[in-house]
Design a protein around this ligand. Structure first.
Ligand code: NZQ
Ligand code: ZN
Length: 393
């Protein structure tokens, strides 16, 4: 097991009607004026936004609001948010929504707490020294952004989708009521389950992993998400299943399932971000579309872990004398699961047919974003990324 730092400062307040604790949590943070940040209307339709405003009014906590965050959140709205926070004198950002809203709030937080252009952080030309405090009311189990150090923003100019990681943006609190996810369309629930799995799988497929406890946690998390995703297919109102998935989403991306590894692989995420930048794909669906191709491209270089994944997660019968066949069966079983929950396993399934030139663009943008190459067992640069994108057509 390698050395690691496990840092998860977010206060999690989990369960039914936990939003009633909002004012107390804001007071604990000494919030004087709150910017309520949200998306394109799901929180209006569900009544959650009205509930949040009523709670703040009741508690005498002043607020302003900015809606309109879109999936693959845009830099232009982040800039608008920075201007609004400065004009209104808000000192606390409350994200009410999914990963896109949380990430947009984090970006506004960076922009307000540091001089200069906020995009510099996402372009990795300098580090943020601080971030305005962010609190979360989660409505979609997927990204883990409610506990993570990460924020992913798309710059419209050049359609660059870039992530920035820094501990200073980790949310101060996260209110997680699984009931809020009941209004999600089944497809969005499935995208979320896939993303949750991928956050653990990116960490799991590290080279030469020797981390017994972390592996068992990871395998348990993956099995739990698969089991409960299947339950939700039949019974979308199943509170228990929604609760298991919501908690798994946070644990999958708060670092827990990577403790002791080399940090993980992350190539699928980096490759998907380029797809999301170019075609505005839902993140979880984009990941499923390329994972199988990435896995087939790399598994022979990390066979013991693919074997372990196949047997311990996908229930492929063990056969140490046929490691490659078992590993391949594990990959097939994973893709079959993605299909079962309605996820794509290729570009064609996404109804996208990239041209040669578009594949080159994706691969070049990927390589530029990762600084040449990325990956744990196999280093994937522009040429290898182009191969994987082609395999996923
Ligand atoms: O905008 P509204 O109307 O709220 O609708 C949203 C949106 O259309 C809808 N939705 C959310 N909660 C709902 C709901 N609809 C009905 N009922 C509810 N309770 O769902 C749609 C998708 O929302 P979005 O926030 O975009 O989804 P998600 O949480 O999957 O976030 C995706 C973004 O996060 C990034 C992704 O790349 C993508 O940009 N990621 C962020 C990470 C992080 N910060 O740690 C890590 C991830 O790997 C990921 O890259
Ligand atoms: Zn993700």
């Amino acid at each position: 097991m390698r050395n690691f730092v496990y840092y998860t400062p977010t206060k999690v307040v989990f369960g039914k009607d936990t939003v009633s604790q909002l004012a107390a949590l804001l007071r604990e943070q000494d919030a004087k004026k709150v910017l309520i940040h949200y998306g394109q209307g799901s929180v209006v339709r569900s009544g959650l936004l009205d509930r949040v405003k009523a709670l703040l009014q009741e508690a005498g906590i002043p607020f302003c609001e900015l809606g309109g965050v879109v999936p693959n959140p845009r830099l232009s709205l982040v800039r608008e948010g920075i201007g609004l926070v400065r004009k209104e004198g808000a000192d606390f950002l409350l994200a009410v929504g999914g990963g896109s809203v949380i990430d947009s709030a984090k970006a506004i937080g960076y922009g307000c707490a540091n001089d200069g252009d906020v995009w510099d952080f996402y372009a990795h030309t300098r580090q943020a020294a601080a971030c305005l405090p962010v609190g979360v009311i989660l409505t979609l189990s997927a990204t883990g952004s409610e506990m993570s150090d990460s924020s992913v923003i798309t710059k419209e100019e050049g359609w660059l989708k870039r992530g920035y990681n820094n501990n200073v943006c980790r949310p101060r609190f996260a209110i997680m009521d699984p009931q809020y996810t009941e209004t999600l369309p089944p497809w969005q629930t499935a995208c979320g389950c896939a993303d949750i799995m991928m956050h653990t799988m990116e960490r799991y497929f590290a080279k030469d992993g020797a981390m017994e406890l972390t592996d068992r946690l990871a395998e348990g998390l993956l099995r739990t998400v698969m089991h409960n995703a299947r339950l939700l297919l039949r019974d979308p109102g199943n509170y228990g299943a929604r609760a298991e998935i919501m908690w798994a989403g946070s644990l999958s991306h708060n670092g827990l399932t990577g403790c002791g590894s080399d940090g993980g692989d992350w190539v699928c995420h980096r490759m998907e971000h380029e797809m999301g930048g170019l075609w505005d794909i839902a993140h979880g669906a984009g990941l499923c579309a390329i994972w199988g191709s990435w896995a087939r491209y790399t598994y022979q270089h990390n066979l013991p872990r693919f074997y372990q994944f196949a047997t311990n997660v996908m229930d492929v019968p063990p056969d140490p004398s046929a490691q490659e066949a078992v590993a391949r069966a594990g990959i097939e079983a994973t893709e079959a699961f993605f299909k079962e929950i309605g996820m794509p396993t290729s570009f064609a399934d996404l109804k996208i047919h990239p041209t040669e030139a578009e594949i080159r663009t994706l691969a070049q943008k990927y390589a530029a974003a990762v600084g040449g190459n990325a990956g744990s067992a196999v280093k994937i640069g522009a040429a290898e990324a182009a191969e994987i994108y082609k395999m996923a057509l």
